[in-house]
Design a protein around this ligand. Sequence first.
Ligand SMILES: *Cc1c(COP(=O)(O)O)cnc(C)c1O
Length: 343
Amino acid sequence: MSQIIDLRSDTVTKPTLAMLNAMMTTPVGDDVYGEDPTVNALERKLASMFGMQSAIYCPSGTMTNQIAINVHVKPGDEVICDRMAHIYNYEGGGIARNSMASVRLLFGDRGRFTANDVIENISNPNDIHAARTKMVEIENTVNKAGGSIWDINEIKKIKEVTDKHNLKFHMDGARLFNALVETGESPKQYGELFDSISICLSKGLGAPVGSVLLGTQDFINEARRTRKAFGGAMRQAGFMAAAGLYALDNHIERLKEDHCRANAIAMVLEKQPYIEEISPVQTNIIVFKLNKSLQEKDFAKKLREKNILCSIFGPQTIRMVTHLDFTDEMLNELTKTLQSIIN
Ligand SMILES: *Cc1c(COP(=O)(O)O)cnc(C)c1O
């Protein structure tokens, strides 16, 4: 039987042997007492990469985002984000559930709105009818939009607006490193723009578990309380943190390979008669629409029969994500299958 080609997400990667080895041989301690040297090293490393004061290791990117929101807002406040935002669509209604905050959705260009959009959606702080605008969130790259990358110049303009109106500015950087290897920008350029940044180690970077939240020392002190209350404080978490450290040392530059393969998939798809539209591929995510000749469920079924998995992302819409465990050999297999699907 041929192996499974799993393109549902870049979260499906398994640790490499070298990563496993790093995990098994790392020193650990009780992180709730602040005594896990590997967790401490991971937090210090990311904080210093981004030029931010402090960091906290958490079980998931949902938790890092939700903690950031919880620390930044009070019940009844409003969060501005794009309608495609992960914090809005994929975190179990956490903004309302955990923080009792309201959301103002913007309709950006593939998840990317402008400073002007923000200005137009800040409520008047003196109007008692309105929810109080308290924070702005952006996602980079934008998952639901097919891995689109933000223009840092627009982010800088938004930062001027958040400064002027005293708003918190958070980045869901689940796949920020995918953006950075494409633009050549540095983590520090982002560190100076945000009050808080969330980074996922378990996506393209290939760690089995874990996300890190970055911010000022005061913010991270509050985040530590919130993580405890959310049940996310772990004990010998260093085994997992070691995978994150290994990923930061070894798996950043190689993200470009994932982007190349994603591009190659898009080029094959482009030529197929069942394709309606493909979102421009900038990183490792391919989101595409099928035309009327082929239903998304049938497309997914035809792939599954060849041991290939993809995500149904909406009506007639499919998502594929390339990653560490998706090889050139698998790309060839996938290409053959995509070319042989008969409408
Ligand atoms: C995956 C992801 C997260 C976090 O997801 P978890 O599964 O909770 O780690 C957050 N934001 C974006 C954009 C993501 O793609």
